[in-house]
Design a protein around this ligand. Structure first.
Ligand code: PMV
Length: 312
């Protein structure tokens, strides 16, 4: 807890990129994910009625489980699951674009939870913290695998299987990624539902695709541990083909991915829910990172370079 006059709690949480395995992770296959250093921060203080303010979105919501706005219901769901009985005011800041596959909603929920726990002096066990974050995430995503929540809580580089604790992965060295934002936002709930409909219609075909992605993810872990960025890049490309086969890519994402590969990236793919949002390209040195970032920006899209998974 910090502050002089008013008791105040603070919380921080990571954003994330899914390196390999989005969507198939909803169906019990593994995913490899890496925390982004900047996700969300929050500060909490006692108040007359519970309210959550989020910048830079400029929104302020009460906690109401029957409201139309998802954020209002998510705040109510989080407070209920955390068993918060006294009203609290939370001011939060999100450093990630929303609806872009970088885990902004999970980061926000975890930062809010941590700020309130800090204010009230609650030390929450990992599994309880994950359950609280999932109560929040379900409002936005319907059927979240939990990978975003686990990464928002722990950061680093992780191997995630639904229902299991996040396992740490130790890459041989940091992985330099160029993250490009298509600027087309798409709700993860929608793409998860699209995949669910395909799975209902063609279960055997989708299960085969999920198994193929699982093999890519397992090899990706070996490539990370060996520090083999060329192999990791090839696995990005394979995962992208399998995701595109489930109609999760878009013309804009494809243009960005091709531009990244043409500029020398070892491989590139969409990251997160797809249908828009962000793509990631893996590069082998800083010059390549600059060339790939420039190529994405030449398409009029925003891009940034992030090194993930290095020694903590
Ligand atoms: O779009 P994001 O950042 O919420 O990533 C979601 C990852 C999915 O595998 C598509 C869904 C999930 O719950 O795991």
């Amino acid at each position: 807890m910090s502050g002089n006059d008013t008791a105040r709690g603070t919380g921080v949480a990571h954003g994330k990129v899914i390196l390999l395995g989005e969507h198939s992770v909803v169906y019990g296959r593994p995913a490899l994910a890496a925390g982004l250093p900047r996700g969300a921060t929050a500060s909490a203080e006692d108040a007359e009625r519970s309210v959550l303010r989020v910048e830079p979105w400029g929104v302020e919501v009460p906690a109401d489980p029957s409201a139309e706005k998802s954020l209002t219901r998510a705040f109510a769901a989080l407070l209920a699951r955390m068993d918060v009985r006294r009203a609290v005011r939370v001011d939060a800041q999100v450093f990630l674009p929303g609806g872009s596959g970088l885990g902004s909603s999970a980061a926000l929920g975890v930062a809010v939870m941590r700020a309130i726990d800090d204010l009230r002096g609650v030390a929450r066990a990992d599994d309880d913290a994950l359950a609280c974050s999932l109560a929040w995430e379900r409002v936005f995503h319907g059927n979240p695998s939990g990978v975003d929540s686990a990464m928002a809580l722990h950061g680093g580089c992780g191997w995630y299987v639904r229902g299991e604790a996040l396992a740490r992965v130790h890459p041989r060295h940091g992985v330099t990624l160029v993250v490009g934002d298509s600027g087309e936002s798409c709700s993860t709930r929608i793409t998860v539902e699209q995949v669910a409909r395909q799975h209902e219609g063609h279960p055997a075909r989708l299960e085969r695709t999920f198994d193929a992605i699982a093999a890519v993810v397992r090899n990706g872990r070996l490539a990370l541990e060996a520090g083999d960025m060329r192999a990791l890049g090839q696995l990005f490309d394979m995962n992208q083909s399998l995701l595109a086969g489930m109609l999760l890519s878009t013309a804009t994402l494809e243009d960005m991915i091709h531009a990244a590969r043409a500029a020398g990236a070892a491989g590139a793919k969409l990251t997160g829910g797809g249908g828009g949002g962000c793509m990631i390209a893996v590069v082998q040195d800083p010059e390549q990172a600059t060339a790939v970032k420039d190529a994405i920006e030449a398409l009029g899209k925003r891009a940034f370079v992030a090194t993930v998974g290095g020694p903590a």
